[in-house]
Design a protein around this ligand. Structure first.
Ligand code: AMP
Ligand code: ZN
Length: 136
């Protein structure tokens, strides 16, 4: 199902042009217009799901398989040295387009990018408390 107000629905379904590197019945994979590195692409399901938690399991599984296949192709054809998969959920997590997408980011030894976080330093007690909070 499409959402008429969603730009990624329009791109995924071909109503807005994009640099498409892969397409099948369920997905379109496009080049990101603001790439972190050469080849940065986005896997877009053609149906509208706002985030990972709305995504059906079978679509999630297909997206991951596609990431592996296209990642290998990009590493080979673009001579990438490594690869990041990034997937943001929620504004505070950096999501800006609320249609599920998986970032495929080829990495190069000299690309000067930083994709990461500032590591915390929790005590063993804090880790124990967090573990217990998650598992409930
Ligand atoms: P996120 O911050 O995870 O929601 O990622 C959104 C991504 O979509 C960003 O990397 C943008 O550069 C990219 N983006 C936004 N609009 C377009 C567009 N029309 N075509 C291609 N990429 C886009
Ligand atoms: Zn959408």
């Amino acid at each position: 199902m499409m959402d008429d107000n969603c730009i990624f629905c329009k791109i995924a379904n071909g109503q807005i042009p994009s640099k498409t590197i892969y397409e099948d019945e369920r997905f379109r994979v496009i080049l990101d217009l603001g790439p972190a590195a050469r080849g940065h692409a986005l896997i877009l399901p053609k149906d509208h799901y706002a985030n990972l938690f709305e995504l059906p399991d079978d679509v999630a599984a297909e997206a991951m398989k596609l990431a592996k296949k296209l990642g290998a192709q990009m590493k080979q054809n673009l001579n990438a040295d490594g690869f990041n998969l990034v997937q943001n959920n929620g504004e505070c997590a950096g999501q800006t387009v609320f249609h599920f997408h998986l970032h495929l980011i080829p990495r190069y030894a000299d690309d000067g990018q930083k994709i990461g976080w500032k590591p915390g330093k929790p005590s063993d007690e804090e880790l124990e408390e967090t573990k217990n909070a998650i598992i409930g």
